[in-house]
Design a protein around this ligand. Sequence first.
Ligand code: AMP
Ligand code: ZN
Length: 114
Amino acid sequence: MSECIFCKIRDGQVPAKPVHRDDVCLALEDINPQAPTHLLVIPLKHIPTVNDLTVDEREVVGHLYLTAAKLARQRGIADSGYRLVMNTHRDAGQTVFHIHLHVLGGRPMEWPPG
Ligand code: AMP
Ligand code: ZN
């Protein structure tokens, strides 16, 4: 059995607040939101980090972005703006090693990030 929390959520072994699911990805509310809207868009396929992506998975990554944009429109933050973040390894603060796109919006955000 997978030890990965996002694989467990995908398989219904851990409860979550899903807001979207299709045949490539799922999206859910972040358990520790950093903005009024903080969603995670997660591929169904277990891919640990961006460094592990293969050319065959490029459509998966595109799908994550298109889904994020759709959810941002649904949440009413598409025009005010939002930030899409995919952390990779320690210096970026990656804590879950199953790639995911953070969708952050609903408040102004600093740039550059800390
Ligand atoms: P990262 O630090 O980029 O790996 O982001 C991991 C994110 O997953 C964090 O924002 C966590 O708050 C979030 N997270 C961890 N466990 C859960 C969970 N069970 N349900 C929803 N979000 C989670
Ligand atoms: Zn996983």
